[in-house]
Design a protein around this ligand. Structure first.
Ligand code: AMP
Length: 297
């Protein structure tokens, strides 16, 4: 995975946390680590404590591709959730060291078969893609900032990847379609084989040329901080696919379920706090509950 590694400041209607561990690649790595070893590519500044890196290493995340630039500051993001806890506003974003990052993949990463280009500048995502040798599956995420300000390189990227994961509102922004199915199909027309639309508390929609799969979110009342839901969803999904090394339609469906379940835990606390408490066996318990909740004849 390549993406942002961040200090986040997050405000919800009831609580606020400042400078907690965040970033798309951080959430993704932690979530994928329930299933597989992860090779992390990213950059941090001199203000990033080694203990944060250790936290990832303790989860079998390889940090050989994590660069620390002592003279600069880590990327930081400040966001505020609206009372519905689904919509949020970005109050402040400082790319800092992430803005000039020119990733160089360690030799040991180049044969990584499952590649996730987490939310970040499309040029950085593409630079990582240039360095991996014949990956089996490449999936990317993006967001409004890149859709609005780096659209050309994003469109170039889409022609080179297998799948795109994005929010419903981002899909509308990217394609101009209000209807989600039309938006998903329009994303396929941009060059990807499949698209996963994340709809927050309303679940996810998977669309490819010959398949469609809809999943509700795992029903939970305990939403404390939705930050990283999308990245932990992607981490669960890609981590599962890498662990079974299979991209058949049946595996992709199970992968989407695991993504949903990791995200359902992640939103129950700020930063990585909830994911730090759980184990793979907790995901398996929710898997069975979820299965009976969506089962019908
Ligand atoms: P999610 O809630 O899954 O969309 O992910 C939230 C994470 O994305 C936060 O931890 C932020 O640090 C990170 N983030 C926010 N804006 C950006 C951006 N423009 N590029 C990369 N990462 C970002």
């Amino acid at each position: 995975v390549v993406g942002s590694i961040a200090f986040d400041s997050v405000e919800t209607p009831t609580e606020r946390r400042d400078n907690v561990i965040g970033g798309s690649a951080t959430y993704f790595s932690y979530a994928a680590s329930y299933f597989t070893k992860v090779n992390l590519v990213g950059v941090v500044g001199g203000d990033w404590p080694d203990a944060h890196t250790q936290l990832l290493e303790d989860r079998n995340v390889d940090t050989a591709g994590l660069v620390k630039v002592d003279s600069e500051k880590t990327f930081n993001w400040t966001g505020k959730y609206l009372p519905n806890m689904n919509d949020r506003e970005t109050l402040d974003v400082n790319l800092n060291v992430f803005g000039t990052f020119d990733p160089v993949l360690p030799e040991s990463y180049k044969s990584t078969p499952y590649v996730f280009l987490a939310n970040g500048m499309p040029a950085i995502q593409m630079s990582v893609l240039d360095q991996v040798e014949s990956p089996k599956l490449v999936v990317a995420d993006t967001m409004d900032l890149w859709i609005n300000e780096h659209r050309d390189s994003l469109l170039e990227l889409l022609k080179r990847i297998d799948g795109l994961v994005l929010n419903d509102s981002e899909a509308k922004l990217l394609t101009g379609h209000e209807n989600l199915i039309s938006a998903a199909k329009a994303v396929l027309d941009l060059g990807v084989s499949f698209v996963v639309l994340k709809k927050g508390e309303h679940g996810a929609l998977y669309v490819s040329a010959d398949d469609m799969f809809v999943l509700p979110a795992y029903p939970t009342e305990a939403v404390k901080d939705p930050t990283g839901a999308g990245d932990s969803f992607a981490g669960g999904m890609m981590g599962y696919l890498a662990s079974v090394d299979d991209t058949s339609a049946a595996s992709i469906r199970r992968a989407l379920v695991y993504g949903t379940l990791v995200a359902s835990y992640n939103v129950e606390d700020f930063s990585l706090d909830k994911m730090r408490e759980i184990e793979k066996s907790d995901l398996d318990i929710r898997f069975e509950r979820f299965k009976s909740a969506v089962n019908f004849t």
